[in-house]
Ligand binder design. Sequence first.
Ligand code: BJW
Length: 236
Amino acid sequence: MADFKRIVILTGAGISAESGIDTFRAAGGLWEQHRIEDVATPEGFARNPGLVLGFYDTRRAAMAAALPNPAHIALARLEREFPGELLLVTQNVDDLHERGGSARVLHMHGELQSALCASCEMRTRWEGEMLGRPACPVCQSRSLRPDIVWFGEMPYQMGRIYTALETCDLFVSIGTSGAVYPAAGFVQEARAAGAHTLELNLEPSEGSRLFHESRLGPASALVPAWVEDVLSCAGP
Ligand code: BJW
């Protein structure tokens, strides 16, 4: 493991799988239980808001009952101890990175614990249910939606992410299938910038061949071992 100075990490549903949170594309995963067009598009929400609000209420409750696993905790250790620059980007909408101890997490697909008002566009921290169409605490309109990036919508903070990818020397993708863009294209951005690229996954992802290096196994084992490697090589 070389002495890297600027690391970008991308995480996906696989890092939370061992905490008991369903992934999307596994057999029996969320996309076998629900149609994407119904629950993860703005058009689906317009057609049947109750279905979508109920879907995210259920997931918010599941998240609250879950605990961070050793992979989340190891990335928090890396944030505390790595002397270089680190950007942790997650596609996950759960808060397990934060509860694992990470203080700076970029949620590019939004957060379950945030409500976005379609009327005043303000965001409010949200822990309860939305199915009853509660009023926005800011403007009182009943136009709240989950603060989630659905298909066809622009993921958050893309400028900041691409800037970090352009200057990183190591890009690590953890527990994501590489099926959803723009996140699936980050490995190519990082390679174009000359970074080393590493995948940590239970099995090879769709874009596995794009990585310089692939380590296969459960995140709860792979991530702490990789963090140990990085910290043992990191100079001041
Ligand atoms: C383990 C493990 C263990 C299991 N240990 N590993 C044609 C070509 C290219 C793009 C498009 C296209 N047609 C449409 C598009 C764009 C579209 C897209 O990508 N569609 C694809 C289906 C092709 N993308 C969008 O619309 C995005 N917006 C956009 O593109 O805007 C324009 C733009 C252009 C240019 C720049 C910037 C913007 C928005 C995408 C929104 C995605 N939203 C979702 C749902 C909302 C969040 C939620 O409800 O939670 O986000 S979809 C869903 O997939 C969710 C996830 O964040 C995302 C990725 O899934 P993830 O995390 O990879 O999970 P899985 O289940 O797929 O994989 C789990 C992995 O873990 C597996 O690999 C396992 O092996 C592994 N694993 N256990 C380690 N223990």
